[in-house]
Design a protein around this ligand. Structure first.
Ligand code: FES
Length: 106
């Protein structure tokens, strides 16, 4: 399911924002942003203990969890630093008609 979530102009380099997307299995929170010139969309909660990443610091392609400091690559979801050992989910982003659209499997 391709879901438009934001106008492209709503984000500038280094910005991120939380969006809620409805699926057949309920709503999910996704962090959408622009890092190193590319839009990204990742699960909004840390894989370590579930802290929201919405207030995490985004530096380049890495976001730091505000609770215990785990770092993740926002383009791949890979864990880049402990205590998280598992990645976070990434969602494909498509840009269409000036909008940031996410592909979410329903
Ligand atoms: S909850 Fe994110 S590092 Fe612990």
């Amino acid at each position: 399911m391709l879901t438009p979530v934001l106008p492209m102009a709503a984000l500038t380099e280094g910005d991120k924002t939380l969006v809620r997307v409805g699926t057949s299995q309920g709503a999910i929170d996704i962090l959408v942003g622009l890092a190193d010139g590319r839009y990204f969309a990742v699960q909004a909660h840390c894989s370590h203990a579930g802290q929201s990443l919405a207030k995490g610091r985004l530096r380049g392609e890495e976001i730091t969890c505000p609770r215990h400091g785990a770092r993740f690559n926002v383009h791949t979801g890979a864990s880049m630093g402990e205590p998280a050992t598992q990645p976070i989910a990434c969602f494909p982003v498509l840009l269409e008609a000036g909008k940031v659209c996410l592909y979410i499997e329903s």
